[in-house]
Design a protein around this ligand. Structure first.
Ligand SMILES: Nc1ncnc2c1ncn2[C@@H]1O[C@H](COP(=O)(O)OP(=O)(O)OP(=O)(O)O)[C@@H](O)[C@H]1O
Length: 437
């Protein structure tokens, strides 16, 4: 889906947004005076052949977003995640064109509609109908096209006769409904969706999500900001994780959501006074979905299936799987370390797994064995080294997502669902006799 011959719908090249932060209001004035004077002096210096000087600065430079290079395919849904202040809205505004970049460029192909600050483009004195025509024209539709779509837009907004009233008489919910309807009914090529989706009543939200899903299926490229990892995993093909204005990770939404979740857990812990930050590491797996991250105290060195020493294998249902895992632990690593072995499906959804308490003698290399009872299909094995900090609380030190991959095969499948529960008939003859009696 992402790799097509078509040019990308969106390309970001070395994108950055810079702000000058002034400690006091008067510093802004001092800066503009100093800048003007220096420019004037420099002109005189150039004329007299002397070297130019830079103006003194009275501000603290701050990059809200920096070094962002990314290309998004037609029809792709890209999730943008990150903690407060990480640069998500800045990125959306740069793509929407409501902010100008300080460096780099944004290249978009097609019509862009943004669900940002919904309704801010409306003129309160105009009626809903007039605003629909004005906004749709701004989005690039001709009058004939707007006339053809007006009924659809009005029906989607579902605000009844208010469509003929000035927008200043609308409730805030009505404004959002109408703005949303315009944005999604003009068939945008790129749709930018902020958490604005959490607007309106439940029925309207459902309708919006349905519409966004339809647009995505029809080839609209979606940029989707959310703090809700469930939404990101459900909706997005890929996710970018921003931190302090820079890309921290980019890849499979499930892996990014896991990393984001772990970072938050680590920060919560750091708030209690310990735990270094997680950082991306080299992924061991051969699959494109493999990602790895961890802190400096533990790292996986290798992971392989013992039978072939490979990272990808085929096992019949009922046969033994044995994996060998090597890792290093720093002096500073905590004592209560567990190895978690997790089996995931191709969407990286966790199906089953187990934690093992590692004792000192097992550090460095360990072998885990189990019987394959999974239905025929493709699976991944992900690995984590975790510190146990409470009865049910485990904090990851290092994670290898999709380090190993295997196919489960069996031509005579009798069990149902994803795993063989090992059900057996007991006293078969007696049961028949009882029920027959
Ligand atoms: N006009 C501005 N002047 C100075 N700093 C700004 C300005 N606008 C945004 N910033 C800063 O840029 C950084 C990124 O802001 P942005 O709104 O993009 O973050 P965000 O990831 O969308 O956050 P949130 O999840 O809270 O919405 C923040 O530190 C913010 O304070």
């Amino acid at each position: 889906m992402t790799e097509t011959d078509q040019p990308a719908a969106l390309e970001l090249r070395g994108l950055g947004k810079f702000y000058s932060l002034y400690a006091r209001p008067q510093d802004r004035l001092r800066q503009s005076v100093a800048g003007g004077l220096t420019a004037l002096m420099n002109r005189l210096r150039v004329r007299s052949g002397r070297p130019t000087k830079t103006a003194p600065t009275f501000y603290r430079p701050f990059w809200a977003l920096r070094d962002l290079s990314l290309s998004v395919a037609r029809g792709e849904t890209l999730g943008i995640v990150g903690q407060n202040g990480s640069g998500k809205s800045t990125l959306l505004q740069l793509v929407a064109g409501t902010l100008q970049p300080s460096e780099g460029e944004v290249v978009t192909r097609g019509r862009i509609a943004a669900l940002l600050e919904l309704g801010s483009g409306f003129n309160p004195e105009f009626t809903g109908r007039e605003n629909v025509f004005m906004n749709a024209a701004i989005l690039g539709l001709e009058r004939r096209q707007i006339e053809a779509r007006f009924e659809e837009i009005a029906a989607f907004a579902d605000i009844g006769d208010f469509i003929e009233q000035p927008v200043k008489n609308y409730s805030s919910g009505m404004v959002v409904r109408l703005a949303f309807a315009v944005s999604v009914c003009v068939d945008p090529d790129i749709l930018i969706v902020d958490e604005a989706l959490a607007v309106g009543d439940a029925a309207f939200q459902f309708k919006c999500l349905q519409r966004i899903r339809d647009l995505s299926e029809r080839g609209t490229t979606l940029l989707f900001v959310s703090h809700d990892m469930g939404m990101v995993k459900t909706f997005c093909h890929r996710a970018v994780y921003l931190e302090h204005g820079r890309v921290k990770a980019i890849g499979d939404p499930e892996a990014i959501a896991t990393q984001y979740f772990y970072d938050i857990r680590c920060q919560q812990r750091a708030g209690l006074g310990s735990g270094p930050e997680m950082r991306p590491l080299a992924a061991l797996g051969a699959d494109a979905r493999s990602t790895a991250f961890g802190d400096s105290r533990a790292e996986f060195q290798s992971a392989r299936f013992r039978r072939t020493s490979g990272t990808r294998e085929l096992f019949e249902v009922g046969t033994e799987i044995e994996i060998e895992v090597e890792f290093t632990l720093a002096e500073s690593a905590p004592d209560r370390i567990h190895l978690a072995v997790v089996i995931q499906n191709t969407k990286l959804l966790e199906l089953c797994g187990q934690r093992f308490r590692l004792h000192q003698k097992e550090t460095g290399r360990t072998v885990v064995r189990w019987t394959n009872q999974l239905a025929p299909g493709e699976y991944f094995v992900s690995l984590r080294l975790e510190e146990r900090v409470g009865q049910d609380v485990f904090v990851p030190l290092t994670v290898q997502v999709a380090a190993l991959a295997f196919s489960s095969t069996w031509d005579e499948r009798l069990f149902l669902g994803i795993t063989d529960p090992g059900m057996r008939l007991v006293n078969h003859a007696n049961h028949c006799a009882i029920s027959a009696a």
